[in-house]
Structure formats: structure tokens, C-alpha cells
Design a protein around this ligand. Structure first.
Ligand code: UDX
Length: 466
């Protein structure tokens, strides 16, 4: 397996290569567009946001993703990749159009907002003048593909016979290039032999790369509903795994157990597996929280809500981590919580990490940032440092203080909260750090340190569930 920053040699055997468009150049669409150009396809990325398109067209990735800027530049130069706001040009160019627009949580509700899908598909359909395949990639409630086909049928010239397929993505931020170029599986649904063959051709580049690297990429070809469900099922399962280990963390805390050891021990059972069993401050990001809410809402609409009640608890258990963590920090500084929460006035907190996970600048539904805000609401003096997420965090949570270096954050701190496992935090040296702080107290919100090492340097150490 290669890593995310390693780019493949473009396979030379370019047999059948449909021309591809990606509609929506957010995190998902842009990464796919760039990677498919790398795989040898002619690609266009489309977005209604002219600023975003300008940025990609001039070689700048407007978010942080390791390795992607280099691959963007390389493929712009190759001539296989371009970006546009011109939907007519997109409609004329591509044989296969991937819909990659956002499906955020609807304001005040748990269901997904499909308005961006509706707008993109309507607009594209009206500009088509030949038979093409439109493939949904965005994460959607089951049943959306059928609705998309109806939109196409209403808006594209009837005699073209434009078809809709579905192919979910599973990319993880900070590992996105790897997940597109070297996926652990490909899932797609087609409604005809023609569409099935086209989808096979679209994925040929991934298969050729796998063959060169002596890997296998399993393909699951299925019906539309299953293809839609696969993505939310995977995210619901992963969320459940994390909330499960966090529940065990609570049990470890009251019994003197160590959840990190526990996770390791059960993870050796390969029916369970050792991934996604890191207990801590809970999951966040642009996918897991919203996807489990949308799945629960959709299941309710379809009359099987009862079977998904547990996912509501997975969600709530996750959200409760945040208040729970504030309680641990309050304990650590000797200000235990009262009924109205702790009073942390005068407590200087060195707060390390704002993003929802390391190696991204994404702060969407970030547990770390939510906890920082709770500490501030309890009147703590919270000084935040994050390697890449400062700008986004600042605009979302302006009430916090932000500094550009770790040294400034920890200077004179009463407590260090290491919340997101960035390399820079995982490798902290207890002795050197001890020289800078006012009090040697650390919350290891990442559960990434060896407690004994910190204790031996005079620190009061608290992890989560250990
Ligand atoms: C997720 C899915 O992994 C991906 O397949 C899907 O396409 C999109 O949603 P992503 O949101 O990028 O990807 O992040 P992921 O790495 O899954 O982490 C999600 C959250 O779970 C993070 O906040 C992370 O810190 C947390 N997490 C992860 C844990 O708390 N414990 C773990 O063991 C693993």
C-alpha cells in the first residue's frame, strides 16, 4: 500500500477512458477530479463558486489535504484537468457526470438538505444534448437516486435517455488521495448494461493501478437503494464503534480500568478489529454526526425508526463526551463542577487542537472546538493553538484566544489540554513542556501519551477512560 502523499505512475494502458466531470468542487469533488486526472482520465471540475474554481484553476487547493496541492499542479500541467463554472461546457464535455455537491443537515432538523443536488442535476440536465450517465456520489437518504432520475427525466431532452447511477465514496479527510486512488472497495449501481459498462470503464484506472501494485480492489455492483445505503451504513457502524468504546471508557473511569489497553485487547479479535476503537472526546467532522442523524430521520420516514433508536443514543453518547471532558478538566484544576457547571475563572488553559481530527483544517462539528467553547463559557482563559485550523476556528469561535505557536499557547498555563492527535502534540516532551507552564497538569484528550512518562516528570496526568 502506498501512502497519501505518494502519487502513482499514470498507467500507460489507456484503453477506454470516458471523459468525466465532477459537479461540486468541495472536498469530495475536487479530490476526485484531481485523482482521476492522475489516473489518466480527462476531467473537468465544476462549481458555481467562481472563487473556488479560480483557486483550483491557478493551482491552489483552498483547504488543507496532504499531497493534494502537488497532485493538482501536476495534473493541471498535464492538460487532463481543468475547472469551470460553465455548465454548458461540462454538459458538452463529459460522458459521465459525478454529482459531488454537499448534502448538509437541514437547519433545525435531522434530515439531509438535498437542494444542492436538485440544483446541480436540474441545471446539468437542461444543458445536455447527448446520452450521458449521471452518477451520484454525495451521501444521501435512500431513495434519492430514483428522485434524481425523475429530475433528469423532467429536465433533459426526453429522447436522449439519460440515465442515473450511484457510486458512494468512502474517503477520509487527511487520507483522501489514498482513499480515491487505492480504495479498499468500489461500489456502484447501474440501471442498464450500457451504464454498467460505462461505470466499469470509469473505474478501470483504479484497477490498472491496483494491478501494477499487485493489489485487489473488490467491486460490489448492486441496486440503487443498496448503493445509497452502503455509505450511511458504513458511517453508522463506525460511529457506533466509537461510541461503544467511549461507553467503555466511562466504565473504565469508575473502575480504575484503562480503556486503551481494553481496546487493544478486544481489537486482536479480528471479528472486532482494532480500528475506530480509540476512546476520547468523541467523533466529529462533516460526515459521521450528520450521516447518523440523516439515517435515523430517513428510517423514521420509512416506518423502521424503532430499529434505529440506538443510533440516537450513539449520537447523544457522543455529544455527552463534551460536557464530560469539561468535568475532567475542572477536576484536574481543582474546580469541580457544581449544578451550573464549573467556575473556571482565572484558569489559564493551553488548548492544543481545534480541528475535528489531525492533518486537516476542517473544524466542522469538531469536538475539540466545542469543548474549548464550553471551557470559555465556564470563564476559563482558553488559548488555542492548532497547526492548520486556526483561521477556520477563529471565524467560527471568535470568543476564544488564538496563538500561532505551541510555545505561546503553553506559556504560563495552569493546565495543558492536548485534544487532537497532531504529530506536533503526540511528540511533546514532558520535561521541556514542564519548563514553560505554570502548573504541570495535562489532559490527554487524545489518549496518545504514556501516563507514567508524564507522571515521572512531575505532571498530574488525566487521560480519558484510563
Ligand atoms: C468519515 C469516514 O471514515 C469516511 O469513510 C467517510 O467517507 C466520511 O466520514 P472523516 O469524517 O474524514 O471520514 O473522519 P474519520 O477519520 O472517520 O474520523 C471521524 C471522527 O471520529 C473524528 O472526529 C475522529 O477523531 C473520530 N474517531 C475516529 C475517534 O474518536 N476514534 C476513533 O477510533 C476513530
Amino acid at each position: 500500500m502506498g501512502n497519501a502523499t505518494q502519487s502513482p505512475e499514470t498507467p500507460q494502458n489507456t484503453t477506454t477512458r470516458p471523459r468525466i466531470s465532477f459537479l461540486g468542487c468541495g472536498y469530495l469533488g475536487a479530490t476526485y477530479a484531481i485523482c482521476f486526472a492522475e489516473l489518466g482520465y480527462e476531467v473537468v471540475g465544476y462549481d458555481v463558486d467562481a472563487e473556488k474554481i479560480d483557486s483550483f484553476s491557478t493551482g491552489t487547493v483552498p483547504f488543507h489535504e496532504p499531497g493534494l496541492p502537488e497532485l493538482l499542479k501536476k495534473n493541471l500541467e498535464s492538460g487532463r484537468l481543468r475547472f469551470t463554472t460553465d455548465v454548458q461546457a461540462v454538459a458538452d464535455f463529459a460522458d459521465v457526470h459525478f454529482i459531488c455537491v454537499g448534502t448538509p443537515q437541514r437547519a433545525g432538523e435531522h434530515g439531509a438538505d438535498l437542494s444542492y443536488i436538485e440544483a446541480a442535476v436540474t441545471d446539468l440536465s437542461r444543458h445536455l444534448s447527448r446520452k450521458v450517465l449521471i452518477v451520484g456520489k454525495s451521501t444521501v437518504p435512500v431513495g434519492t437516486a430514483t428522485w434524481v432520475q425523475e429530475i433528469v427525466d423532467r429536465n433533459a431532452p426526453a429522447d436522449l435517455g439519460v440515465e442515473v447511477g450511484w457510486s458512494p465514496e468512502f474517503l477520509q479527510e487527511s487520507n483522501a488521495m489514498h482513499d480515491v486512488l487505492r480504495p479498499n472497495r468500489i461500489v456502484y449501481a447501474a440501471q442498464s448494461e450500457w451504464a454498467s459498462k460505462l461505470l466499469k470503464d470509469v473505474h478501470r484506472g483504479i484497477m490498472e493501478l491496483a494491478a501494477v501494485e499487485d493489489r485487489e480492489v473488490p467491486v460490489v455492483e448492486t441496486d440503487l437503494a443498496t448503493a445509497e445505503l452502503v455509505k450511511v451504513a458504513a458511517n453508522a457502524f463506525l460511529s457506533t464503534k466509537i461510541s461503544f468504546i467511549n461507553a467503555m471508557a466511562d466504565l473504565c473511569e469508575v473502575t480504575g480500568g484503562d480503556v486503551a489497553d481494553l481496546a487493544r485487547a478486544i481489537g486482536y479479535d479480528n471479528r472486532i478489529g482494532n480500528r475506530f476503537l480509540r476512546a476520547g472526546i468523541g467523533f466529529g467532522g462533516g460526515c459521521l454526526p450528520k450521516d447518523i442523524r440523516a439515517l435515523t430521520a430517513r428510517a423514521g420516514e420509512l416506518g423502521v425508526g424503532e430499529s434505529f433508536r440506538f443510533l440516537g443514543e450513539v449520537d447523544q453518547l457522543n455529544t455527552r463526551r463534551r460536557t464530560h471532558t469539561v468535568g475532567i478538566i475542572a477536576d484536574l484544576v481543582g474546580r469541580p463542577s457544581g449544578p451550573a457547571g464549573p467556575d473556571l475563572s482565572g484558569v489559564r488553559v493551553a488548548y492544543l487542537g481545534a480541528t475535528f481530527k489531525p492533518d486537516t483544517d476542517d473544524i466542522r462539528d469538531s469536538p475539540a472546538l466545542a469543548i474549548a467553547r464550553k471551557l470559555r463559557a465556564s470563564r476559563a482563559d482558553v488559548v488555542v493553538y492548532d497547526p492548520e485550523g486556526l483561521d477556520n476556528a477563529k471565524s467560527y469561535a471568535p470568543e476564544l484566544s488564538y496563538v500561532k505557536t505551541l510555545a505561546e499557547a503553553v506559556e504560563g498555563a495552569d493546565v495543558v489540554c492536548a485534544m487532537v492527535p497532531w504529530e506536533e502534540f503526540r511528540t511533546l516532551d514532558p520535561e521541556a513542556l514542564g519548563q514553560q507552564v505554570a502548573e504541570r497538569r495535562i489532559l490527554d484528550g487524545m489518549n496518545a501519551f504514556y501516563p507514567e512518562q508524564w507522571v515521572s516528570h512531575g505532571w498530574t496526568y488525566r487521560g480519558i477512560g484510563r
